[in-house]
Design a binder for this molecule. Structure first.
Ligand code: TRP
Length: 492
């Protein structure tokens, strides 16, 4: 008998890995159609890593210095969602503050994909924040309801049903308290067939021509089997950020084939969840290539709200126990928080008194942090929870009180949104706003070439073509100088 051969290296490593448990680790995925937290080696869902996504996409984290400037420029204490970094990242928010400081116009733009008629707090919070921004800045706001997008991307949805979702969602959004005089809301399938969309469509076609299949595949992970509507859709969500897509907001003619260069130059500021950023990167990279060039839109990004089941989970419109829905009864809200909300407390009261709870993973505490404006109270709740003084049931009660009053206020407002009110929001029309009434940087003080967004000179008179060209050149040089300076500063 011959000696058995020693196992080869390859066989050895197979044997070794076979005895070790297979790692279940996966990275987090964040894109407009897929949001999934990472999983660790044991298959446990991790928290989202927002610092990592910000770094990967080269956005800027919101810091105290920016918030101090925000307060100084706007005269408003930053919203608790800024202070607590639920809105945690941005692109060029500082430039929007510059614009506001000069008293120049800009527009706010946000939207929602109406994939269901059940909206939960994860859907309403970005709109609450947008409404606050509208109150602070007093600028026009456009809200895009992308029934076309949801129809294209969701196999099962039919056009009439997704249109109906959009109408119901629109009423929910109105209930948040937007000022109809300053807000134009539209449902894509309706607006795009209304005749008021001529400039929007011209912008769309021009933008579509600028973007190749390779670019959208790179940005969104599409491939050759993706339907052509999905490939093209991004152009619509992008050009929706151009003020020139909505001439009627400024009382300008929407029938002419000539889009307004003046309007194209008006900056845009977009509050959105971080997963929407790939759209707007595409826009920022290409808006300067439009015939009538538009400035890069500024963005402010939110995190995802914690699902009732805890960190890493996502609120889902189809899982009733994953979130507080705006249509939930008082009893449902109470039950969900008592029974479904993940607790960072201990198993028994004795253990809790002894060891204390962990507010960082406690969902009722997280929800309190979304709605309790008093910073000191919030800090106190966390400290008392950690020390074991505050019990799980007491934390839950605080949460239930806040959530039931939020939902009730919403429902009372929702009951008053009639079809007539909805139609008024959806009607393309001239909007009314005041902007910054007390610009701290006087137009006269402006450096030449700055703040010429509306094509007006320092005296507020329209500029000649040559003056505009000169201003644009100067602005470009100024921008390059600034970029160099920041690059140099970053190296130090
Ligand atoms: N694509 C978004 C969604 O599915 C809807 C949307 C359109 C949007 N335009 C936007 C969201 C601008 C934020 C900002 O929900």
């Amino acid at each position: 008998m011959t000696e058995p051969e020693p196992p080869s290296v390859a066989a050895l490593s197979v044997a070794e890995t076979a005895t070790e448990p297979v790692s279940q680790a996966t990275e987090q995925t964040i894109d407009p159609w897929n949001v999934q937290a990472g999983v660790d080696a044991d298959g446990k869902v991790k928290e989202f890593d927002y610092a990592a996504i910000s770094q990967q996409w080269a956005t800027k984290l919101i810091d105290d210095a920016l918030l101090e400037r925000f307060e100084k420029v706007t005269g408003h204490k930053p919203h608790r969602w800024l202070r607590r970094r639920l809105f945690f990242s941005h692109r060029d928010l500082d430039l929007i503050l510059d614009t506001y400081e000069r008293g120049d116009d800009f527009i706010l733009y946000t939207g929602r994909g109406p994939s269901s008629d059940a909206m939960h707090i994860g859907h309403t919070i970005p709109f609450e924040f947008t409404k606050w921004l509208q109150d602070v800045f007093d600028v026009p706001l456009v809200i895009m309801l992308t029934d076309d997008e949801k129809y294209l991307f969701k196999e099962k949805l039919k056009q009439p049903e997704v249109y109906e979702f959009a109408r119901q969602n629109a009423k929910d959004i109105i209930s948040i308290g937007f000022d109809v005089k300053k807000t134009f809301m539209y449902i894509d399938s309706e607006f795009f067939t209304s005749g008021y969309n001529r400039h929007f469509s011209l912008n769309t076609t021009e933008f579509e021509k600028l973007i190749t299949n390779n670019q959208v595949r790179g940005a969104f992970g599409f491939d050759g089997s993706t339907n052509i509507g999905s490939n093209a859709f991004a152009a619509k969500q992008c050009v929706a950020a151009f003020a020139s897509s909505y001439p009627f907001i400024w009382g300008q003619d929407h029938k002419t084939y000539h889009r307004s260069k003046q309007l194209a130059a008006i900056p845009c500021f977009i509050p959105c969840a971080i997963d929407q950023d790939p759209y707007f990167r595409l826009l920022r990279e290409n808006c300067g290539r439009m015939d009538q060039s538009s400035p890069k839109p500024a963005l402010i990004h939110s995190k995802f709200l914690t699902a009732l089941q805890g960190a890493g989970g996502k609120m889902s419109a189809s899982v009733s126990t994953s979130a507080i829905f705006m249509s939930d009864s008082e009893k449902q809200v109470k039950n969900k928080i008592s029974k479904n909300a993940f607790s960072g407390g201990q198993e028994t009261m004795e253990l809790h008194r002894e060891l204390g709870g962990n507010p960082d993973i406690d969902v009722p505490y997280q929800y309190i942090s979304y709605f309790e404006d008093d910073d000191e109270k919030l800090t106190r709740l966390a400290a008392e929870y950690r020390s074991g003084e505050l019990l799980t049931g007491e934390m839950k009660k605080e949460c239930i009180d806040l959530m039931t009053s939020y939902v009730k206020k919403f429902q009372d407002a929702r009951a008053k949104v009639t079809d007539e009110i909805l139609e008024e929001f959806l009607r393309p029309r001239k909007l009314e706003w005041k902007g910054n009434q007390n610009p701290t940087v006087k137009k006269e003080d402006k450096k030449e070439g700055e703040g010429d967004a509306a094509g007006l000179d320092a005296d507020g008179k329209p500029m000649t073509k040559n003056a505009m060209k000169k201003a644009a050149k100067l602005a470009e040089a100024e921008k390059k100088k600034k970029e160099k300076a920041t690059a140099a500063a970053a190296k130090v």
